[in-house]
Design a protein around this ligand. Structure first.
Ligand SMILES: [Zn+2]
Length: 320
């Protein structure tokens, strides 16, 4: 081979290697696993929408694992005869779902980030144990809206999400955490239920931490599209930082809307936003929050620029 041809070959090989390193098509995507299957919200429509928004960035490869449906509860006030029949039917259903629950074993550890869009029955013990292990060893987790209603009596889960609502949560589950008007974090241990909301409406998100990779560049105040504004969430709230709040006309307090929580070597991003597969999820601010949070959890950085049509202090912005 002529020396010049050899050199040319080397140049071509180097050029190919460089293009493979820089071309996004070859870049390793962040793997995300959505968990759904039970929710008092329309999870079957919500998950595909959030998944599609993540995939549009080109950064993520998203899988979904769906649990068996909730077992129907027997109706009340049955005659003894009807009760026998109902018990038999319930047993049949239980058996049918049992096999499905036995097969429900999300492969958490295969993923960079797990997202819960699940609010329902307790996961089987082996699934709980696998999830705790995943998180303690450095797992990454996003909790969205009613996923923070789940598992009121699973202590480790409550530690992961920091704050939760409903399911019988009270001061026994931890303090009610919010911002006061002076901008100080309050951990209120007075008795009271955990979890509440008023009618849906658009509300202002106040960025409290302007330096965090997820919120960096977001306006100090931006108008989130119509959503349910969760208030009075309670939980252990250990190693928790609040990145953004919203003022609730119901509780008269500044409620946490974006939180980060450390759990073992794991890291969690929690947003109570995202009630419905309509305006709440379509909000450009919500979408950017979710996508940035997933990237930050997986890499520690955010490379996604804020969308040009990001909501302003008085203008809602919906993705098409
Ligand atoms: Zn809701």
């Amino acid at each position: 081979m002529k020396p010049l041809a050899g050199l040319l070959k080397k140049i071509i090989i180097v050029a190919m290697a460089v293009s493979a390193m820089t071309a996004p098509a070859f870049a390793k995507k962040i793997s995300v696993l959505y968990v759904d299957g039970q929710n008092n919200h329309n999870w079957a429509a919500m998950t595909p929408f959030m998944k599609a928004q993540m995939e549009k960035t080109g950064l993520f490869k998203v899988d979904v694992v769906t649990s068996p449906p909730r077992a129907p509860r027997p109706p009340r006030n049955l005659s003894p005869e009807q009760k026998d029949k109902a018990a038999q039917a319930a047993e049949e259903i239980r058996k049918k779902f049992q096999a499905k629950w036995d097969a429900f074993r999300p492969a958490f550890k295969k993923y960079d980030v797990v997202v819960s869009n699940y609010n329902g029955e307790d996961w089987p013990k082996p699934v709980q144990a696998a999830f705790e292990k995943y998180m303690k060893k450095g797992g990454r987790f996003i909790v969205v809206h009613a996923a923070n209603n789940s598992f009121p009596n699973w202590l480790e889960y409550n530690k992961m999400i920091g704050l939760g609502g409903w399911g019988g949560r009270t001061e026994k589950h931890g303090p009610y955490v919010y911002y006061d008007d002076a901008g100080k974090v309050v951990r209120n241990t007075q008795p009271g239920r955990g979890g509440s909301h008023g009618p849906q409406h658009a509300f202002k998100i106040i960025t409290r931490d302007t330096e965090h990779p997820v919120t960096k560049g977001m306006p100090k105040e931006w108008l989130h599209a119509q959503d349910e504004l969760y208030d009075s969430l309670r939980g252990p709230a250990e190693s928790m930082d609040i990145l953004a709040t919203a003022y609730s006309n119901k509780s008269k307090r500044h409620e946490p809307m974006m939180m980060t929580i450390k759990y073992g070597k794991g890291l969690i991003f929690h947003t109570p936003m995202g009630h419905e597969n309509g305006k709440s999820l379509q909000c450009v601010g919500f979408i950017a929050t979710m996508n940035r949070a997933a990237e930050w959890l997986a890499t520690g950085k955010v490379t996604q620029a804020l969308p040009k049509n990001f909501p302003t202090a008085d203008q809602v912005s919906l993705a098409k």
